[in-house]
Design a protein. Structure first.
Length: 191
């Protein structure tokens, strides 16, 4: 009788070990699959689809009458709601700031800054003034407070991981751009 209980206990222990091992294997495999197929991961950051979305919005909203002008009636505010704009601006700062973790990246270009500025300027967003203050600095090419801008946007998103601790040097920013955005462009061109 005692021997029978010992064998059942040993069998149960083996079953538990094998079950946990199997679940861990599935978890690790799923994580690797996701990282490989669903993100363009570069040093913990991945290129977000918002960059392409901004570019599409720029094309759709170009005024036919005046070159370089945006027809605000063509801005899709259902898509470009306040949270998406804040998230996109936050991810744009990642090329400028030093942080332990960066989740997502949108390449910061003059055209994208201008588009976001037009979107925010013609919005009724709760944080409109704060967003316009940041965007107006960016439009002037002033990124001296990009870390503070990042943290303000990060706070609006209730961020708790990845606080900016400084600004990247020009060389570090260029390296981030090359590794994050140029690699993606090269990969897409070779497919």
């Amino acid at each position: 009788m005692e021997e029978s209980k010992r064998l059942k206990k040993k069998s149960w222990l083996k079953y538990c070990i094998w079950s946990i091992s199997f679940l861990l294997l599935i978890g690790v495999g799923t994580y690797i699959y996701y990282q490989h197929y669903f993100t363009d991961s570069i040093e913990g950051s991945f290129v977000s689809v918002e960059g392409e979305a901004i570019d599409q919005s720029i094309e759709k909203s170009k005024s036919k009458e005046v070159e370089g002008e945006v027809d605000i009636s063509k801005i899709d505010y259902d898509y470009w709601h306040e949270d998406r704009v804040i998230s996109t601006m936050h991810e744009m700062t990642h090329q400028k700031v030093r942080a332990d973790q960066k989740w997502g990246a949108v390449e910061m270009t003059e055209e994208r800054i201008d588009m976001l500025n037009d979107i925010v300027k013609n919005s009724t967003y709760h944080n409109k003034d704060a967003l316009l203050k940041i965007l107006s600095k960016w439009k002037e090419g002033d990124f001296r407070t990009a870390d503070e801008d990042h943290n303000a946007l990060w706070s609006l998103q209730d961020g708790n991981i990845g606080k900016a601790t400084g600004i990247l040097s020009e060389e570090e920013e260029q390296e981030f751009i090359e590794k994050t955005f140029k690699t993606q462009t090269d990969d897409e061109g070779n497919e």
